[in-house]
Design a protein around this ligand. Structure first.
Ligand SMILES: C[S@@+](CC[C@H](N)C(=O)[O-])C[C@H]1O[C@@H](n2cnc3c(N)ncnc32)[C@H](O)[C@@H]1O
Length: 382
């Protein structure tokens, strides 16, 4: 008790303990020489042991506090480092843009990929291109003969771009000609639809054979193109892409890899035209059936199919198309396989063979007139 009373007077910072359970509290050192030594080996004094335990607990807490502090410091240092590196990296990109006198034009959706690891990855996704003919790479980066075509890719006829001796027969392996592009999203989607049409007709670049493409799209569009049945992404674009091409969604590029950064992520997609399409019918017919079929995605197919026909005959023709295709009437568009869409297309073709004028019917054009009809009918019922 005496020892405790004295020790209470001692300033807490001069009390140091080195104790360990295995030492059975054999050693206790005091930093203050004025304090008398306490002989704890004599007899187990409960109060002293409690005091030492308390001191040990305090020490432990201090150590934990220090560890927490150190961890927080590390996190802060790491975040600051990453921030500095980010700013440094961005300034390098900005310098490169300035060096090449490039200015990102918003109206052309110019978002540049400055990381050559990503451009390498895109080129790798194109497959074996060594010694090949490639449409689009940067002039300065290319050791090969390079020709810049200034123009709108949507209206360029690519027929004459490649040497005729590179052409391959359609049923052969694809020629060593590649279309690689990182185009604005508002250009890439209409362009690929146009190119599917060219593929179906074997026109433009596809006069050279089954020319492959490696193109970027908004990530969600890439996902739609490869979407299998029963997925929420399945849509008209899935039908069009998968009907004419073997298609692979290779990888995604995060928006932050571009300068300036777009609001969305980007998907890289590789296309190889099929020797024979799954639905071997004219592009416009397949496109029209797919468009109408998916115009009411959550409804039964019959609703979308019926929009292929004028109002007076639509229910009969739609039922006939489903029956001739051996498809149930309660099927929804995202449940239909490509060969089943094909059966619907052939059924539609047979109807057109009987009544060719039906081919001209366009639901969208007639929509306004029909809506007016419905409204006036409802008006009359009031
Ligand atoms: C997303 S940026 C990509 C730039 C560069 N290829 C890259 O990957 O860093 C899109 C490029 O397509 C060009 N572009 C925009 N509309 C175009 C069109 N209709 N025809 C051809 N190029 C177009 C823009 O000028 C821009 O250079």
């Amino acid at each position: 008790m005496q020892g405790i009373a004295r020790r209470k007077r001692a300033p807490p910072h001069v009390f140091t303990t080195f104790c360990n359970k295995s030492l059975n509290l054999q050693f206790c050192a005091m930093a203050d020489d004025r304090m008398p030594k306490v002989d704890i080996s004599k007899e187990a004094n409960k109060n002293i042991i409690d005091f030492i335990k308390l001191a040990e607990k305090n020490n432990l807490e201090r150590v934990r506090k220090l560890q927490r502090l150190r961890r927080n410091n590390l996190i802060t240092a790491f975040s600051l480092g990453a921030g500095v590196l980010g700013i440094y990296g961005y300034s390098i990109f900005a310098d490169i843009l300035r060096l090449y006198n490039l200015r990102a034009l918003k109206q052309l959706s110019q978002n540049f990929i400055m990381d050559t690891r990503i451009t390498d990855k895109i080129v790798k996704a194109a497959g074996k291109i060594k010694g090949g003919h490639v449409c689009e790479m940067l002039a300065e980066a290319s050791p090969c003969a390079f020709k810049i075509i200034v123009g709108d890719v949507l209206s360029v006829n690519m027929e004459s771009l490649f040497p005729p001796e590179e052409a391959k027969v359609w049923t052969d392996a694809p020629p060593n000609i590649h279309l690689i592009g990182n185009l604005p999203f508002n250009v890439a989607t209409p362009l690929i639809i146009r190119w599917f049409k060219n593929i179906s007709e074997r026109s433009s670049a596809w006069k050279m054979g089954r020319v492959q493409m490696t193109l970027t799209f908004q990530k969600e569009v890439a996902e739609r193109m490869v979407a299998p049945i029963l997925t929420k992404e399945r849509c008209r674009l899935s039908i069009m892409a998968q009907n004419w091409c073997h298609i692979e969604h290779k990888f995604n590029i995060p928006g932050k890899a571009f300068v300036p950064k777009p609001d969305v992520d980007v998907g890289v997609v590789h296309f190889v035209p099929l020797v024979t399409p799954i639905i071997d019918l004219p592009f416009d017919l397949v496109e029209k059936v797919a468009r109408c079929l998916f115009s009411f995605r959550q409804k039964f197919c019959i609703k979308g199919i019926s929009t292929l026909f004028p109002k007076s005959t639509r229910d009969d023709y739609a039922r006939r198309m489903l029956d001739e295709s051996a498809l149930p009437h309660d099927l929804r568009p995202f449940q239909i396989t490509l060969p089943e869409v094909g059966r619907l297309c052939f059924a539609y073709q047979r109807i057109l063979d009987e009544s060719p004028s039906l081919a001209k019917y366009n639901f969208r054009q007639h929509l306004d007139a029909e809506l007016e009809d419905i409204l006036s009918h409802e008006e009359a019922l009031k």
